[in-house]
Design a protein around this ligand. Structure first.
Ligand code: AHR
Length: 325
């Protein structure tokens, strides 16, 4: 014990002497290979089918492998999610899977886990890349390419409208990586279409009722709107109700496109109320735990592991709705 401390002190002194900062500040915590792990999953909220499907996938897969899962739900609060991660650290989990609600406020949670020697894998949402880095502060990010999702939604809308649309954009949670990236990808896709214009853009916080309320207000302010781009299906379904309340026909007067692939969205496509949705898969369990095992075994882990996503529209919604969530 004494000898180990002396060696550690000597190593720290050498690092300081070299002027390169603390060695541990640069290194990811290691994970010992084991038959079974006690892992944490810090969920951001549970108010939509996507989140419920993601949690179920994490729980089912843990149960299948005989792993212990410590699950927390931050109920839409970044502050609670930081506290949830701290509680997982105190409970001595082997690793933490974190779905960060917003890019910046979850940085302290990532760093606290690192300091405690617990590897973190980011699931579905990322953190600010200028403040934390894969391979240094957390193991990897597993999820969809949100910029590409926004781009695909924009390209579909350009094609469907012949490059002519006055668009209301319902943004996701302010400061979250999917809201930032889906806005960026969509803007890139429509920038070469001079007759496509985002007339209003506001956050509906990825929630159905908030999406409906925001869409109602924006439809009143912009009666000439011809399209709605929602950053997720829950807000798109809320927007359908808002369009109907405004006395307009969704899918005819207003073209609606969004992201996720929920059952309600696929049904809306079948009913002709929604045009298309870009898939964002919530089924993380198998890839999340496989990645952790590979990490424990010393394999090199890519800084980003990107899910393959499909595209749903009138051509395949009926065929695929049975597997939707
Ligand atoms: O981070 C993924 C997004 O978060 C999903 O599109 C949305 O439905 C969820 O709340």
């Amino acid at each position: 014990m004494f000898r180990r401390s002396v060696v550690k002190l000597a190593a720290a002194a050498a690092v300081i002497a070299l002027g390169v900062g603390s060695a541990t500040a640069q290194e990811l915590p290691k994970l010992e290979p084991k038959d079974s792990y006690k892992v944490g999953f810090a969920q951001t909220e549970s108010n939509n089918p996507w989140r419920i499907a993601q949690t179920k996938s994490m729980q089912d897969e843990a149960q299948k492998r005989g792993w212990q899962l410590v699950y927390t739900d931050a109920a839409g609060s970044a502050a609670k999610q930081v506290a949830d991660v701290n509680s997982m650290i105190a409970q001595g989990v082997d690793a933490i899977f974190l779905a960060p609600r917003e890019e910046k406020p979850l940085i302290p949670a990532v760093m606290a886990a690192k300091r405690a020697g617990i590897p973190v894998i980011l699931l579905d949402r990322s953190v600010d890349p200028s403040l934390a880095e894969a391979g240094r502060d957390y193991v990897t990010f597993i999820g969809s390419d949100f910029i590409e999702e926004g781009r695909r939604a924009g390209e579909w809308l350009a094609q469907t409208t012949g490059g002519k649309a006055k668009i209301i954009e319902l943004q996701g949670t302010t400061g979250s990586s999917p809201a930032n990236d889906r806005a960026q990808g969509f803007a890139e896709a429509i920038k070469d279409h001079p007759e496509m214009e985002v007339v209003a853009s506001q956050s509906g916080d990825f929630a159905r009722d908030k999406g409906r309320q925001v869409a109602e207000t924006l439809l009143q302010a912009h009666p000439d709107a011809t399209a709605i781009y929602a950053h997720n299906d829950e807000m798109a379904v809320g927007a359908i109700a808002a369009v109907e309340a405004a006395g307009k026909v969704p899918g005819k007067d207003i073209t609606i496109v969004s992201v996720d692939g929920t059952r309600d969205a696929l049904q809306a496509i079948i009913d002709g109320k929604m045009g298309a949705t870009v898939e964002c898969s919530p089924f993380f369990g198998p890839v999340a735990y496989d990645t952790l095992v590979k990490y424990a075994n010393g394999e090199t882990i890519a800084p980003k592991i990107i899910n393959e996503d499909r595209f749903f529209d009138a051509s395949n919604a009926q065929e695929l709705i049975a597997e939707a969530y």
